[in-house]
Structure formats: C-alpha cells, structure tokens
Design a protein around this ligand. Structure first.
Ligand SMILES: *Cc1c(COP(=O)(O)O)cnc(C)c1O
Length: 393
C-alpha cells in the first residue's frame, strides 16, 4: 500500500506491511537466516542488484524491511535501516560518516554511551569529537573546524531536557558542508520530524517509545536521501548489527499504537510536571511543556507536543533523591524510558556514570538530577505514588 499521503495514525498501522501468499493480516516473522535462490542466475542477480530478491538476513529480511519502511514513512524519509540496538545505530552512523582525521560536534548532554564510544574508542582510530551546548548556536559555530564532518544533536537531550533548534542546525550544517544527524528517541516522529526540518539522518533507540513495551532492545536509522542510505546500510551490514526478525515483529506490533501511547504519556506528563513544580520539596524541574523551561517557545515551534520525560531535583540533593527513588511503589526504579510504565532513575550514578564528573557538570547533569519517564497509568495513581514517596523524604 502506498501510505505516503496518509495521516500519521494510518501510517503507523499500515506502512510497510505487504501481502503474503496466505493473506496474513499482520507481517509474519520470517525467522530464517538465508533465502533460497530460484536458480544460479537468480542468485547472481540478487547479488548484482539486477533482482531485488532476499539473500541473507544480515543484509535484509522481509519482516525487518516492513519495519524499516514503516518508520521511514513516519519520519517522511527515503528508507530505514533497522539495527540490533540504539547504540548499534549510533556506531553504524559514526562508522559510515567519520574517518581518521575527521571531527564531529555533538551535544554535551548526549546519551552517555554515544559520547563514551567517541571518547574511548573512535578516538583510537583518529576521530576527534567536541561536545558543546548545542542549544547555543554560537557554541556550534565556533567549534567548527576544517575537518568537521558531522553535527550530531539530541533534542530534547538526555537527561537535561535541553532543546536544540533543528532548523537552525540544518542551516549551519548546509553552510559548512556537514551532515546533520538527529537522535529523535525522546520525541518520536509523532512529536518531531527532523528530516522535515532539514536534517540528513534521524535515528531512534526503538527500545523506548517506538516499541514502547520494555520488552526488546533495538534501533533504526532513517535518511532523507538515497546516497546516505546506501552508505549507512553498507555500514550496518559490514558491522553485522542487523535487527533480528523476531525483534522487528515485536517493534511492528508496538509501533501501531505509538501515537495513542505518546498522547497519554504526555497528557500525564504535564500533570506530573505541574504537581512537582508546585511541590515544596522540589528544588527545580525541567520539562519542555512548562512555561518555566528556558526553551519553551522553541519546543512549541519544532515539536507537536512536549513528550513525557521530566528531570527534577529534590531539596536535599542526591540523598533526598535516593530516598524518593527507594520509596516509590508504582514507578519502577529502572533505566530506559518511553514505555507504558512509569520509570524513575538517577543519571549521575546510573546511565551517565561513565561520564567524568567535570564533563557531567558541564553538560548540566548534576548529582541531584532525578529522571522520570511518565507512563500511561491513571494519573491519580502516579501522583499519589509521588506524594507518599515525597512525604518520606
Ligand atoms: C536508550 C538510548 C540510546 C541507546 O539505545 P539502546 O537501544 O539502549 O542501545 C540512544 N539515545 C537515546 C536518547 C536513548 O535514550
């Protein structure tokens, strides 16, 4: 079905699906590593590209292709490349777009391992990286060097909830011949479409909102154009970080309700944010949907909603935050985000423990920062849980 001109809700249900010989209503799991050629000539044609038949699951697989086409459609992109995890999407992107002597500019408060792998590993191959506050466009511009190849942004960023202006970054990238990559995990294509705003590559940890049920790990990359798509697919296939067909089936199932879940997630999130903002034991709170957020207006312009991730500090700092985390009952004390269930975690000692203390502070990841991912439960129960836990702090 050509879903290009249909609405988002229709696309998320139907895009990428195909007819099989039995008329399956959902995309079946093609749990096979390899595919039979009809003849020696057909096999040769599949390899040369003269035929588009399937060859081997690391290269492509019908269940995985269905997911890739679905998310590419949701992002208004050319095509998608599904990966085994969000981090393998990140490393495939670095592998494809960087080389010895090249330089990448990235958001300082970027997802911890996306920074760590540049600092600890790609540096060994001669790649340079600068981590700057990309919310401040001047910082980006002054960091550009003759060897800068990639501008990589995460917005809203994790866990500081800072917003970067995607359209302005696209202009800077164009002017300086950089490839603009956007981590759209926190927003999903339902709330933000970076390719429409001028980005070249967008990717997700589908582990989070897109799958939405905290039961698989996966990633996906979508490009605006065919040439970058080819480069990135080559990188994924050669690194061997393909998604598995069963994983793809689970994500196809999850994505069908993406907009419904995100709507409920954020309807709850604004209520949780207002509750926390007015609570006497809360020192500070950052949520793009609050007027107090420094980039509230920019968030309104480039997003169709504010999402469901909240950062806050409890009065009394780290110790008070720990007491809160140890006393919630409904919220699960766990990393990850974007699922149907409410989660709470402490980035400084958990997800961002690998970032040095100095760099954490520069990136705004203070010791008291508590990250809250609001689920789709009844709002009264989420707030009752926070109320009783804050009483014990
Ligand atoms: C989780 C996450 C990743 C990494 O994805 P995995 O699926 O855990 O490998 C990358 N970026 C962001 C913003 C994330 O939240």
């Amino acid at each position: 079905m050509n879903t290009k001109d249909l609405g988002f809700n229709t696309k998320q249900v139907h895009a990428g699906s195909f007819e099989d010989q039995f008329g399956s209503a959902t995309v079946p799991i093609y749990q096979t590593s390899t595919f039979k050629f009809k003849s020696a000539q057909h096999g040769a044609d599949c390899f040369s590209g003269a035929s588009d038949g399937y060859i081997y699951t690391r290269i492509a697989n019908p269940t995985i292709r269905a997911l890739e086409r679905n998310i590419a459609d949701l992002e208004n992109g050319y095509d998608g490349i599904a990966t085994s995890s969000g981090m393998s999407a990140v490393t495939s992107i670095y592998f494809a777009l960087l080389e010895a002597g090249s330089h990448i500019i990235s958001t300082a408060s970027v997802y911890g391992p996306a920074r760590g792998v540049l600092e600890q590993d790609f540096s060994r191959f001669g790649v340079e990286a600068s981590f700057v506050n990309t919310s401040n466009l001047k910082e980006i511009i002054t960091s550009i060097k003759p060897n800068t190849k990639v501008l990589y942004i995460e917005t809203p960023s994790n866990p500081t909830m800072e917003i970067t202006d995607i359209r302005a970054c696209a202009e800077i990238a164009k002017e300086h011949n950089l490839i603009l990559v956007v981590d759209n995990t926190f927003s999903t294509p339902f709330l933000q479409k970076p390719l429409d705003l001028g980005a070249d590559v967008v990717f997700h940890s589908v582990t989070k909102f897109i799958n939405g049920h905290a039961d698989i790990v996966g990633g996906i990359i979508i490009t605006k154009e065919a040439s970058l798509y080819k480069k990135l697919r080559h990188s994924m296939v050669y690194m061997g970080c393909n998604m598995d067909p069963h994983q793809a089936y689970m994500v196809l199932r999850g994505v069908k309700t993406l907009s419904l879940r995100v709507e409920r997630n954020q309807e709850n999130a604004i209520k949780v944010a207002r509750f926390l903002e007015n609570h006497p034991k809360i020192e500070w709170i950052k949520y793009p949907g609050l007027e107090s957020h420094p980039q509230f207006e920019l968030a309104q312009q480039q997003m169709n909603g504010f999402g469901s991730m909240i950062s806050f500090g409890v009065k009394g700092g780290l110790e008070a935050g720990r007491q809160l985390m140890d006393n919630v009952h409904l919220a699960t004390l766990a990393v990850s985000l974007g699922g149907v269930e409410t989660l709470i975690q402490h980035p400084a000692s958990m997800t961002h423990a690998g970032v040095s203390k100095d760099d954490k502070l520069k990136a705004g990841i203070t010791d008291d920062l508590v990250r809250f991912s609001v689920g789709i439960e009844d709002i009264k129960d989420i707030i009752d849980d926070l109320t009783q836990a804050l009483e014990k702090v």
